[in-house]
Ligand binder design. Structure first.
Ligand code: PMV
Length: 347
């Protein structure tokens, strides 16, 4: 089918890994499988407008963030377009206007690459779907996840919810290195509506880009053990999610977070991405758990911010604790109350 112009708008959420992806091979293939909670509030909304152009030799697009032209986003998108062109043969036929906004403050230290790249991949797939004019031949979400992966690895876990696995694992039927799949097994009701309050400890630019970070795993002295451990943790979390064993969940999730940072501390060159306030928060969470029996725990991305995870039935008490004891360690006292969500939406 031929189409001259049009537009599509998708919103796509961020996600937080429980078993972390850290280390990749050629073509954005992960060294180990990972699993994440899809978030609800933290998301990117992208409107992609397209119009046919004369010259079909180059990519042509403009990017706007909150209505402001953002030429510094262009190289990343150009790279993405080059990688996905083989799978979206129409890319050079159109001029694109990409208008994007995030629900969370930019420069909050929250990576917008997962939500941003998945939203863009979905908009492109909406065009592809019109052009091929045959819903049956493409698994829409699967191909969108495949494309999102080529933009930013973890982006392939943002399209669906509430739990997504990316990376081949023998215990997860249908799992693939090429795209994320909705977690296919039973999940205990303890995890229903799980809460994630994100404490913004350091809102600055990322000290280590994830591209640099993943590369640090090449020739890393502990790489093989780490990849084996991630495989084992994915196997173990399957039982934990089924049984609802929150103590085991805490142990696995916190260990994954600290291991991610340990990998960065033991690579060459080495980095410490936690800040003193990150450690203050972790110690406060441990003390609170010790004194109250709460099942609150933390996880980290490749930065200083802390994701505080807790079951829905503790929402009130943990928020009270966060406000009275943890907010003082946040930059300008800022934090974002979020919870598990269910994936991207066509608007
Ligand atoms: O998607 P990337 O290349 O930005 O890598 C993200 C890696 C972590 O966020 C640190 C872990 C993960 O699995 O999301």
């Amino acid at each position: 089918k031929h189409i001259e112009s049009g537009d599509f708008t998708w919103s796509s959420p961020s996600n937080i890994a429980l078993v972390k992806y850290w280390g990749k091979k050629q073509d954005q293939i992960p060294e180990n499988p990972s699993i994440s909670f899809t978030l609800d509030y933290c998301k990117t909304t992208t409107k992609l407008s397209f119009s046919e152009k004369e010259n079909k030799e180059n990519f042509s697009f403009d990017v706007f963030l909150d209505n402001e032209k953002k030429d510094d986003f262009k190289p990343k998108i150009e790279t993405f377009f080059k990688r996905v062109e083989r799978y979206l043969p129409f890319l050079k036929n159109y001029h694109f206007k990409i208008e994007t906004s995030n629900s969370f403050p930019h420069s909050s230290g929250i990576a917008s690459s997962a939500s941003g790249m998945s939203a863009l991949a979905l908009c492109l797939m909406s065009i592809e779907k019109v052009l091929v004019n045959d819903d049956l031949k493409i698994n829409f979400i699967q191909k969108a996840s495949f494309l999102a992966r080529l933009g930013s690895g973890s982006a392939c876990r943002s399209l669906e919810g509430d739990l997504v696995v990316w990376g081949e694992h023998e215990d997860v039927v249908g799992s693939s290195d090429l795209f994320g799949v909705k977690y296919p097994f039973e999940v205990h009701e303890n995890f229903k509506n799980y809460q994630d309050t994100i404490l913004l400890v350091d809102k600055g630019e990322k000290q280590v880009s994830s591209t640099v970070g993943h590369n640090l795993m090449h020739g890393h002295p502990f790489a093989q053990q780490r990849f084996e451990q991630a495989n084992k943790n994915l196997k173990d979390i399957k039982n934990i999610l089924k049984s609802g064993d929150l103590d085991a969940f805490i142990g696995l999730v916190e260990s994954e977070a600290l291991t991610l940072h340990a990998m960065m501390m033991t690579s060459m060159p080495y980095f410490i991405l936690m800040k003193p306030n990150t450690l203050q928060i972790i110690n406060k969470i441990w003390a609170f758990r010790e004194s109250t029996g709460s099942k609150v725990c933390f996880t980290l991305d490749a930065g200083a911010n802390v994701h505080v995870l807790y079951p829905e039935n503790e929402a009130e008490s943990v928020l009270k604790f966060i406000k009275s004891e943890l907010v003082t360690f946040c930059q300008k006292g800022e934090y974002i109350i979020d919870k598990i969500g269910f994936g991207a939406k066509l608007l």
